[in-house]
Design a protein around this ligand. Structure first.
Ligand SMILES: Cc1cc2nc3c(=O)[nH]c(=O)nc-3n(C[C@H](O)[C@H](O)[C@H](O)COP(=O)(O)O)c2cc1C
Length: 403
């Protein structure tokens, strides 16, 4: 849990992106953080305190007093000093302006002005509001105050216009928060790609050719990489795994062709790729549109070759990118694995043993050897898939240091 015991104060303001803050709070809680939420008067037009109190498991603050007649008030200074980090997401143009000018006419702003902790700001607004000279000045000022501004993305905006102004995605905000608390993580700020699980190659609407891969090794790898600070793109075939890590972005696929497409969509932005999926070498030449009927005593299926994902990515990779593959061999294991490493332009290959009971598909343990391009290899004993993942990740991090 990357944010265990971290106290994070989330300030939500009046933007249509306020709904995304609910997901941000959920991700923070999943990371182990203790979260308290403040809503500005503007935010209350878009979202309700109940959503945030449920997700954060804490009361939500939106005003100085709970009940005007009771005289009971919320202590903005106490709340400000409680926080290890304050995150304003989404930050409206109005609130940005007030923060930049020391205005304090609501509970959220008074708390902000009392805070001594670092402040992260994720602006969200229409493109022209974002480009306005006033907003630019305000952001410059806030940056000068030492606050960390998470630049909004480009795309379609709630106004219907295209341009910059979309709030950074909750996942990006989480990555920035984790990077803030763990500046020494070796994969901080890096994107990595992991493939996992089996592929299913459709025969007809109800049948497929698949394999026994569970995806457990790939998920263990993705988790170990995320724990080192990486943002992981996990391209995974059909599986029964519970994948909840906030730094793991799941791209669910079925066939080898789909897996290649999902890999190519993110490969160029990834410094490291680990290919642990069990990809079908062949697929049916035809996919019947209707269920294939039972006929005579024999049925002959014609198969055609699938694309080779490892070789495709091996050809495409640039010097700064590292590619790790897996090999599952039953004869002349090391020789065949080393051959695969060279043919596919990999930087490291993990040889999976099927010889030992407890190693391979569906099990909780695995036994591997690592082989590098200069034919140096290292053998390991039977161990948990989690431990195996840590060994592979450490070796991959060493590879990145050499690029
Ligand atoms: C439908 C709708 C969407 C809005 N979206 C945004 C937005 O994305 N960003 C923004 O700065 N203001 C937006 N506004 C305007 C703000 O809600 C308004 O400036 C408000 O006073 C901000 O209050 P606050 O800063 O106290 O939350 C929107 C208003 C409406 C009605």
């Amino acid at each position: 849990m990357m944010l265990e015991k971290k106290k994070i104060l989330v300030a939500v303001t009046g933007s249509i992106a306020a709904y995304k803050a609910a997901y941000l709070v959920r991700l923070l809680v999943q990371c182990g953080a203790e979260v308290k939420v403040m809503l500005s008067p503007g935010a209350l037009q878009f979202v309700t305190p109940l959503t945030f109190s449920t997700l954060s498991k804490n009361p939500v603050f939106s005003d100085f007093t709970e009940n005007k007649d009771s005289g009971v008030w919320n202590h903005h200074v106490e709340l400000a000093l409680w926080a290890d980090l304050m995150v304003v997401a989404p930050a409206s143009a109005n609130t940005l302006s007030k923060m930049a000018h020391g205005q304090s006419d609501n509970f959220l702003l008074a708390t902000y002005m009392s805070a001594r902790c670092p402040v992260m700001i994720a602006p969200a607004m229409d493109h022209d509001m974002f480009m306005h000279g006033g907003t630019r000045d305000n952001l410059r000022k806030l940056r000068d105050f030492g606050h960390h501004i998470l630049a909004p993305g480009e795309g379609e905006l709630a106004s219907g216009l295209l341009g910059q102004g979309r709030m950074a995605e909750p996942q990006e905000i989480i990555d920035a928060i984790i990077a803030h608390f763990h500046p020494a993580l070796p994969l901080k700020g890096q994107q990595v790609l992991v493939t996992a699980g089996p592929t299913y190659e459709k025969l007809d609407p109800v049948r497929f050719i698949g394999n026994y891969s569970s995806g457990k090794m790939g998920l263990a790898l993705a988790t170990a990489l995320a724990q080192k600070g990486a943002h992981v793109h996990l391209v995974i075939g059909p599986n029964h795994l519970k994948i909840q890590h906030p730094q793991i972005e799941v791209h669910a696929v079925e066939s080898a062709n789909e897996m290649l497409g999902a890999c190519l969509a993110v490969f160029d932005q990834c410094q490291l790729t680990v290919l642990s999926a069990a990809v079908a070498d062949y697929r049916p030449a035809q996919q019947a549109t209707e269920k294939i009927k039972k006929q005579g005593d024999h049925l002959v299926l014609e198969l055609v070759k699938n694309p080779d994902i490892a070789a495709t990515l091996g050809q495409r990779k640039k010097k700064h990118q590292k590619l790790v593959g897996f090999a599952l061999e039953t004869t002349n294991e090391k020789e065949h694995a080393a051959d695969k490493l060279h043919r596919k332009n990999l930087d490291l290959i993990v040889l999976n043993s099927l010889r030992n009971e407890g190693a391979g598909f569906g099990t909780e343990t695995n036994q591997i050897s690592l082989i590098w391009p200069d034919n140096i290899s290292q053998d390991f004993g039977l161990m948990s898939k989690q431990k195996v993942a840590e060994i592979i990740v450490d070796a991959a991090i060493d590879l990145l240091k050499t690029s």
